[in-house]
Design a protein around this ligand. Sequence first.
Ligand code: SF4
Length: 1021
Amino acid sequence: MGITDFFRPVDAQFDGGESEGAQISPSPQTLEAVPVPDASGSDPNPSPPRDAREAWRPEREAREAFGTLGGAPPSDVSRRRARGAAHDLQYDEWAQPKRGRNFVLREFREKTRGAGAPMAGCVVHFPAGLTPHVPQKITMSRILTALTKSQNALIESPTGTGKSLALLCSALAWQETKRAEVKVANERVAERNAAKTLAFEEACARRRHARAKEANEKDSIGRSRGAPASDDGAGARADAALARELDEALAEHNEKEKQKAFSLDTFSNDENEPRGARARDEKVSFTLGRPDGLVVPKLADPDDDVSVHVIKNEPHLSDSVPEREPFASEFAPIAPPALERPQSVPKIYLCSRTHSQLHQLMRELKRTPYAPRYAVLGSRKQYCPIGKNDEECAELTKNKNRGETACGWYNKKDAVVEELRRARVWDMEDLANVAKSHLGCQYYAMRALHKNAELILCPYNYVFDENIRAALEIDLTGAAVIIDEGHNVEDVCRDGASMEISVTELEDTASQLGSVAKFLDDADVAARLMRPLKDWVNRSLAESSSHASKSSKSSFKRFNGFSGPVEAAHGEALWKGDDVATAIARALAPRTLAGSREKKSGGARGDASAAVALARSIVADASRVTAFDGALVREISQNGNTFGLNAITTCHRVCAALLAALDAPAEFAACVSADLSRAGETDQKTSSTSFGAGDREKEKTEKNAAGLALWCLRPAVSFRPVAAAARCVVVTSGTLSPMGSLEGELGVSFPVKVEAPHVVPSRQIHVEASDVLGDFTAKAQDADGTPRALGQFLLRYLSRNVIPGGVLVFLPKYSLIRRVIERWRDDGTLAAIEKHKTVVWEEPGAQTLTPTLETFRRSIDSGDKKGGVFLAVYRGKVSEGLDFKDANARAVFCVGIPFPAVGDVKVRLKKEYNSSAYARSERMLPGGDWYAHQAFRAYNQALGRCVRHLHDYAAIFLVDARFARHADADRNKSMVSKWMRHLVRVFASPRESVGTLEEFFRGLEADPPGGGGAGGEPAGG
Ligand code: SF4
């Protein structure tokens, strides 16, 4: 409900309500006059006398008010409005002062630019006062090459070299050049189309003239034979009718095009004007002759006065031609001109791993001299100001296609959109402020901005997950996709094609689809997939459970060891390679599969391909009917319903994974497990077969744990379709090496590859390998004395106040951090460290991160400059998503090497897959090497949290004997980031180490880099 609705007569507003049984009784308040706002929207009477509004101050309970106000019997419209009102009251909207157009952000003003630097056919502008340094120039030139030549690129640029700024400036410079080219090209297209249209209209005019002439001749012949002459003449009537029909046809098609206002946007230079409006005002004559509406002459019909017939929305012209005599030679049909579509400016999808990295990119974007139209896509979880999940939001906004919804924030999303368009340049803080000020929904504001955005920022799983792409209407056709922080692109792509679903979800989905199928036939197509799938999963669980109970656990342990082929663990079923397709066929086409087997056993040649093909067609049908923009979803939602939508979404997700697995079974493994979270572990519980007996709670928990998994083993499954649709994909990160292996995993070629050098001089980096904790393997991590040894090692430097500012300590797992803190508390190490630095640590989940970071940063910025110690995990938010420049990280201790969990069945399957002959032929790394690279990518990310710009400096400690005096030390050192591997030193004694470090910091404090230390060149990347 909007502010203006508030001033409607009360009985019109509140004649119904959310509360089903609300009793509405007449009230004297409803009889009083309610002032009407002036046109500006400001309050005409700031402190009204006792009127109806007094009854609706927020301190009053909404439902109580519903119970006391009277009104007419509820109509549909007013009931909806009242639901919105109740919702608004809930969020205290009326406590806010009423406002007109109070903008929070400044209106956009064109930024002044310098001359810019010509590069690869574009002119690149950098923020005023900044000159790009060598790694930035290398990055920009490679990105421009990739964009202009439409080639995929891998760009490795060390963290802290200003990579983000470089990629933004180069990509936007390229887009600006393309915009100018497209404008010129479209002007030519407009000229050509106008000429064709003119020729067509002239031909039509000639035809009219000829037809009229013929009619007049017929008239005069008739008169000469004694027939009465008509008053106005058939020719004139034909002429008028023809002209009218032509005009109507043109008007109708032009109106259709106005609504679409598709890529005609590109014709305008005025960036401040709303795009739709520009399109409406310009070039509408392009619409004539588009394939969806044709104006063609009708076949000669002796009984008609006119010779033109309008055929609307008929895809096949030939189908619409009446079966009559051949064309009269004199009046053969005039073919409508084939008009060219105008080109559009290619979009750029700029993706990063996390939202906090996207926020950093937006801050950099604000610094650039470019102002593209952009949007930042996120989830409801991230954006919804009232904390609603997808289902709750769908319920609240179910009327969105029919007017006002029950979510007041949704109803005001347009105000947010308008202000962001007006400001043009904004970041996430601005967005939050605008949304708060207008009480408008950020999530839907971003969806609205996305439609016309030229630059779209989003996490990169949005691009690689087909379901998210469809849900958010992400169209990558012809777009440039740039992946920042792309070192995790392999994992994200594998996850994007994988799927896990519990037995509970399977059953709920099948049951909901069954209910919807009673009313809508299409739902039955989806139910025909989900029902047998659910039954098969339950059957497989029962079979594996009974098999497990007959066998001893020890025999499964033998199969499930960490060496040799990966086999199903106790009580689960596992399929790999072609068996994945056969397993799906067994679920969906069991009779066809059984038939093919019988044939085979009877001597005839038989295989599972018929059953697999049948299964595929069942899945493809279900996928079609459950599409996000499909008829089934439309039919349900256009009636304002939400029941069944979740089941349809789930079914579509399952279909996507099943189709991918059926198309490329060699790239997948399938598993049915009684506990998916512990799949592959030998000691997991077995399911209670069909979940038929036992207490309900236990049954529910087991059903939630048990389920089906389809694990994708090759990122190419998700990456290839993106690369095929997009103009090019550019992957950038500080740690992409080895690039050959990455190329093999992603399954496409990357003609552009570059490793940019670091910018920081070696005197600003101290790198030391220490064996104080020995080989920090999983066994050593669990050793009793590890926490104390780590504490004593840190105190070696901290007790002498050698290290200024912040210290980051990375450990392999959260459980180790917890154990270290507990032991430090008990043995006094924590108190000893806290005399010198404030100690904070990372917890799983995002909730505690912000306050922890604030505590850490306060310790650094405080007057005594005490600084802090931050214990964090590899692959966590701190190690991969945050920037600790200058005093925030003067030392980083990387403890151990973060190898992926060797017991994780997915890791074992991937290692096995990579060691296969097929993977080798596709240039993927062997399993063992892949495993090591996974560890060192995470390691190098953690190392790169410090030394974030040209004038930054820090000490880095590699705390593991495997980097020091060890047979594999050289090989391990060769895996750390190139920019620092040659600086690694090992000291003979603690005293030597402390002394060297003291000297390092003293020297830099006496002679700070850049003459001042902090600030300097742009950070990022
Ligand atoms: S996401 Fe937006 S529309 Fe949905 S519930 Fe939240 S505020 Fe309302």
